[in-house]
Design a protein around this ligand. Sequence first.
Ligand SMILES: NC(=O)c1ccc[n+]([C@@H]2O[C@H](COP(=O)([O-])OP(=O)(O)OC[C@H]3O[C@@H](n4cnc5c(N)ncnc54)[C@H](O)[C@@H]3O)[C@@H](O)[C@H]2O)c1
Ligand SMILES: O=C/C=C/C=C(\O)C(=O)O
Length: 496
Amino acid sequence: MTEHTPAGLPGTIHHWIGGVAVPSLDGRTFDVADPVSNTPYAQAAAGGPADVDRAVAAARAAFPGWSELTGRERARTLHRIADAVEDRREQLAHFESYDTGLPITQARGQARRAAENFRYFADVVASLGEEAFRQGNEQFSYVVRSAAGVAGLITPWNTPFMLESWKLAPALAAGCTVVLKPAEWTPLSASLWPEILTAAGLPDGAVNIVHGIGEEAGQALVDHPAVPLLSFTGSTTTGRHIAACSARHLKTLSMELGGKSPVVVFADADLDAALDSVVFGVFSLNGERCTAGSRVLVERSRYAEFTRRLAERAGRVRVGPPADPATEVGALVHPEHYARVLGYVDLGKEEARLVAGGTRPAHLAPGNYLQPTVFADTPRDARIFQEEIFGPVVAVAPFDDEAEAVALANATEYGLAAYVWTSDLKRGHRIAHAVESGMVWINSHNVRDLRTPFGGVKASGLGREGGAHSIDFYTEYKTVHVALGEVHTPRFGGTA
Ligand SMILES: NC(=O)c1ccc[n+]([C@@H]2O[C@H](COP(=O)([O-])OP(=O)(O)OC[C@H]3O[C@@H](n4cnc5c(N)ncnc54)[C@H](O)[C@@H]3O)[C@@H](O)[C@H]2O)c1
Ligand SMILES: O=C/C=C/C=C(\O)C(=O)O
């Protein structure tokens, strides 16, 4: 605990099954710590197969009632969920910041975005139509959509509440009922869902939450035969494992996985704007952001200037306690993750040239703090150029021409996001089309439009969520064909 411990912390975080807060059937719990003191402040229920089974049963029981409502009726509940999130925005932000180490100002933004996710998907489902096709006067076909069933939602520890809402909102909008398994390092903000969903009048069992360790609670959800679809956000390694396990039941999968997104800066770019975007893109959210621009490729004629300015800016980023409103980079989520990031920093010192950061800021004693770190002259086969670090660490490298920029941008197994900076818009589009990624921003940082497909290619994922793509994922189609005129069925076997 620290002087910044928020009021109202629960001592125990329970599962939420069928509208009731419950411990694990076998009574097991795990420790939950904050990333500043790294000491446990709560116990959370450690779910296993029997708890997941109970949660799936509750979701199945709630499914007929929830899925048979009209889209407009479900939309009304979703708007009330958004209201309830907004009502608790301060508490949510403080819980999130305390548990994850995110700076409080950024945690507030994530809470706002969570409410927005519910409003957005409420509007989508309220205006959703279905398709019809006519073949002259002979046949009419129409397509009905229905909720796909009980959805399993498995979420990571970075921006946990927002990413939970990014799955809960479209799943509920589409008429699914769900079992959510939050990340075990950051279960605190999820402990507010029961209060939020109850205040909004969501029927019991429509959302069930099972806390626990990925390999136990998450695995049980993956293996459950009555969960036909899984939406997973997390690491590529876990995603691959879940996909392999899901083959047995042919589950429908949506996977938002890791990234190593390039930022390509041409000599004709607005360098000030590009610099702002690079600094924000890799150091905001503590660098624990799937779409972080963690590889910066700069045209050689501006490379030295850009690298020097980036190093200066990184040195001025304010690292500090997550609860301090002046903090720009807080504490990394967990000592294990912190050690992993520090391991990459040590490696980077061998593989490239350290030009900023690389150490714990002297004034911050315990806590998982790291000064924003910049490596220059990074070779393309360096591990710090290839592997997702998921912390405030950026690798910079020069390029000589457009072809080399594209080759370097594509020289990783990942393909989530990419960013291009140039004042030549034709070139901007050329690069956007040539880069292997699910999303590209030209002369912009990661500004989201919730209507667009979000997701990646290569090792960054499978499928897309966002807008109608989310609704498609959480629904099944059925096509109904009906004859309009006289039917001339080919007569097999002659007449009787
Ligand atoms: N592409 C995106 O949209 C996006 C968004 C956020 C995070 N991420 C990625 O997430 C990663 C960081 O998150 P993380 O470290 O929590 O990832 P992780 O894969 O370790 O864990 C994610 C979730 O999966 C669960 N899990 C672990 N093993 C499991 C198993 N065998 N079966 C079922 N569930 C299991 C965990 O408990 C957790 O809830 C990074 O790679 C990051 O890029 C991607
Ligand atoms: O760290 C990952 C961030 C994911 C972001 C979204 O899913 C989103 O902005 O909708």
